[in-house]
Design a protein around this ligand. Structure first.
Ligand SMILES: Nc1nc2c(ncn2[C@@H]2O[C@H](COP(=O)(O)OP(=O)(O)O)[C@@H](O)[C@H]2O)c(=O)[nH]1
Ligand SMILES: [Mg+2]
Length: 456
């Protein structure tokens, strides 16, 4: 028996996209997967070799002809026995195939993400690789694809697992020392290298954390929010960047009330730009709510474009409490520059503006776009990435790494008794274990796998 006995049911699903399609891939996984070959009277192919076969029904009538693969566990995607049929992608072919498979005892259609979940449970992937696969399936830009592929092929697993292993051996060394030394006489040398090692790892993790959130920006897209007075030209700029009429443009102040967003692919970088209600004193409840949303969007942005029209110079956005930490970067944009006298236009922007644009004559838009692309861009080189410091791609990882650093700092604190510091070494390695999905993650698994599509 090749397959781990963890799951009793054999599952199947369409693993390729919507029908009709040239080819449809039906994937079967589970302890009884091999029976799928018998059901369709197909002889067992060589492991991992394509075999052209005719699938026939119970009465021996042909259902379809296609390639059949046999992946005996554990060297398969899920770690279980897997059969794959590459058939013609029609509703009728798939109906016939699924109907036959559904009659088998303990067989059923797979749920979303269930193949990947089995791969995880059977130790074929860790959680960062699972997340990398999810990101790869969702990738829209070149930068996302590269980052996701690196993560899927183990870049973060190797980094975090390396740190975790180092912590486990450090802890083992200290514990061995407890066992063999006299209780009264805790040797200084062990205590010293615990501090040295814990603090040096803590510094490494801190510099990994200190990445300008570039990995998360690649994954989620750079969030850019347009703010400014009513009639500053925000909606016009959104439309110009999106190259279509997304937002209503009028010369009536207060036209935009809700937050409107579009996604752009700029230089392989995903950028989400949001237009907001103009900020001004108002008694209109809808407009006030619009401004509240504008402010909320701006606060959670990566970059604020603060717009000020050339014919009403001087005003740039200031939010209440804007001194509270971690406020996004602000780029000052002077709009409607076609209204400037010729002598002022086209020159270098003056002190109160970083960039001059006009949607009327198109000037400055290229410069603004390259500025946005530059802001969101991360130098990603080819495959060597897998070994050179990968980036954090999720808040889940960031939080666990922050907990790890806190524990390591306590573990490195030589004012504390060694017994307590060993305990901090344990919580530090547990935090890394949570990222990898090795411990205490039951509650987040459902959430992670439910984001997958059926058949993956
Ligand atoms: N001359 C000129 N007018 C503009 C430009 N951009 C916007 N406008 C005009 O300014 C008014 C307000 O624009 P809108 O985009 O609705 O501003 P918002 O209230 O900030 O969204 C409209 O009448 C636009 O046609 C520009 O680059 N040049
Ligand atoms: Mg508007």
């Amino acid at each position: 028996m090749n397959t781990p006995a963890l799951f009793t049911e054999t599952i199947f699903a369409l693993a390729s996209g919507q029908t009709p399609s040239g080819v449809a891939v039906v994937r079967v996984s589970g302890r009884d997967a091999r029976s799928a070959l018998d059901v369709f009277h197909v002889k067992q192919p060589e492991p991992r070799h394509a075999q052209l076969s005719v699938l026939t029904d119970a009465d021996g009538r042909p259902l379809d002809q296609g390639l059949v693969f046999w992946f005996p566990g554990p060297a398969s995607f899920t770690g279980e026995d897997v059969v794959e049929f590459h058939l013609h992608g029609s509703a009728a072919v798939l109906d016939a195939v699924f109907q036959q498979l559904g009659t088998l005892r303990n067989w059923r259609m797979a749920e979303a993400g269930e193949f990947t979940r089995r791969a995880f449970e059977n130790g074929r992937m860790d959680l960062t690789e699972v997340e990398g696969l999810g990101d790869l399936l969702a990738a829209q830009t070149e930068a996302q694809r590269r980052q996701a592929l690196n993560q899927y092929t183990g870049s973060l697993r190797m980094l975090y697992d390396g740190w975790r292993q180092a912590l486990l051996s450090l802890r083992a060394a200290v514990e061995a020392d407890f066992d063999f030394s006299d209780e009264e006489d805790v040797p200084g040398s062990v205590a010293e290298f615990v501090s040295g090692d814990a603090l040096s790892l803590s510094r490494q993790i801190e510099s990994h954390l200190n990445d300008g959130r570039r990995g998360e920006i690649i994954r989620n897209g750079l969030r850019v929010v347009l703010v400014g007075l009513p009639n500053a030209g925000k909606s016009s700029l959104l439309n110009a960047l999106a190259q279509r009429d997304v937002a209503i443009v009028t010369d009536v102040p207060g036209t935009t009330r809700d937050v409107l967003s579009v996604s752009l692919n700029l230089n392989d970088q995903l950028i989400n730009i949001s237009d907001t209600a103009g900020l001004r004193d108002s008694y209109d409840v809808v407009e006030i709510e619009g401004m509240r949303r504008a402010e909320e969007a701006a606060r959670s942005a990566d970059l604020i474009l603060s717009l000020c029209p050339a014919d009403q110079p001087g005003f740039h956005v200031a939010f209440r409490d804007s001194d509270e930490g971690d406020f996004p970067s602000i780029l000052k944009v002077r709009t409607k520059c076609d209204l400037l006298p010729d002598s002022d236009a086209g020159g270098t922007p003056s002190g109160d503006t970083d960039i001059d644009v006009s949607v009327r004559d198109g000037s400055g838009l290229d410069k603004l776009m390259s500025e946005l692309a530059r802001f969101g861009s991360v130098p990603i080189t080819g495959q060597s990435d897998v070994t050179t410091s990968p980036l954090i791609t999720r808040a889940r990882h960031r939080l666990a790494l922050e907990r790890c650093v806190t524990s390591l700092q306590s573990a490195g604190d030589d004012q504390l008794p060694l017994e307590i510091r060993v305990e901090y070494l344990r919580t530090a390695s547990d935090s890394l274990g949570q990222i990898l999905g090795r411990i205490d993650v039951e509650d987040i698994l459902g959430h992670i796998f439910s984001e997958f599509c059926i058949g993956k």
